[in-house]
Write a protein that binds this ligand. Structure first.
Ligand code: SAM
Length: 242
């Protein structure tokens, strides 16, 4: 409950990616680095990208949801923060359904061709259980794509005493955002995520990628950002239900 309140506050700050405020560099990296990499996976896996039912799980203020809807997808987007959903709704995305809530608020019988979840699963303690619930909402040959913090990036930040703070539990860190908000974050290796998709869910690997900081991001923020731009910030995994 406590974290939900903090995400509510973030909706009006760093994660407000809608106009007219300037986008924070800690949110713009999603747009400049993660989104293009995710589109590449989507386009490589669907011939007709318009006729798809799509779920954006943990949509935040709806930045990627907007891109999905603009591409003609039938979009449902969820988030456990009421404020995030309110901000996403303000984008007035035609035909989009925004749901305030978690897994249990996704309509039981709904199924999707594509489920995306960007920078959400590192905040979820039991990622395997939640992914397996999402898997049940996936059509056959459906694609599940998640983006999370890359362990290499987290470890480099820890080396530099930046952004992440160790706790007594090696799997549990705290992430400290620029506004001072701290969230628990569960550090997992690529292999741990792959094992959930492959061994537990029996899914087929499409892409596992670590997109680097793009030239555009580096040009914009090098010099006034402490981000360790030499290591990939994102780990993006795309898996198909077979
Ligand atoms: C770092 S933000 C990312 C938002 C958005 N996907 C983006 O890329 O801009 C993480 C989001 O996950 C949401 N979240 C955290 N735990 C969640 C859960 N169990 N179910 C759904 N959303 C969750 C938070 O409310 C927050 O909006």
């Amino acid at each position: 409950m406590h974290n939900i309140k903090l995400w509510d506050e973030m909706a009006h700050g760093i994660f407000n990616t809608s106009c007219p405020v300037e986008i924070h560099p800690g949110a713009e990296d999603n747009i400049l680095i993660a989104h293009p990499a995710i589109w590449k996976i989507i386009k490589a896996n669907f011939d007709d990208t318009r006729d798809l039912d799509v779920l954006d799980f943990g949509t935040g203020t709806g930045g990627f949801a907007k891109e999905l809807a603009e591409n003609g997808y039938r979009l449902t987007a969820t988030d456990t923060s009421r404020e995030m959903v309110a901000m996403a709704k303000k984008r007035n995305i035609p035909g989009a359904t925004f749901i305030y809530g978690g897994l249990s608020h996704i309509p039981k019988k709904s199924s999707y061709d594509l489920i995306v979840s960007i920078m959400v699963f590192q905040f979820i303690r039991n990622a395997a259980a939640v992914l397996s619930r999402l898997y049940k909402h996936l059509n056959n040959k459906g694609l599940l794509i998640i983006a999370v913090h890359n362990k290499k990036y987290i470890d480099e930040c820890l080396n530099q005493n930046y952004k992440f703070i160790k706790t007594g539990d090696p799997a549990l860190l705290h992430i400290k955002f620029d506004n001072g908000s701290m969230f628990p974050l569960f550090e997992r290796t690529t292999e741990e995520y792959q094992s959930i998709f492959e061994d537990q869910l029996g899914m087929q690997k499409c892409t596992v990628t670590e997109p680097p900081f793009t030239a555009e991001y580096i040009r914009k923020y090098a010099g006034h950002s402490r981000e360790p731009m030499q290591v990939p910030k994102y780990l993006i995994l795309g898996y198909k239900k077979i």
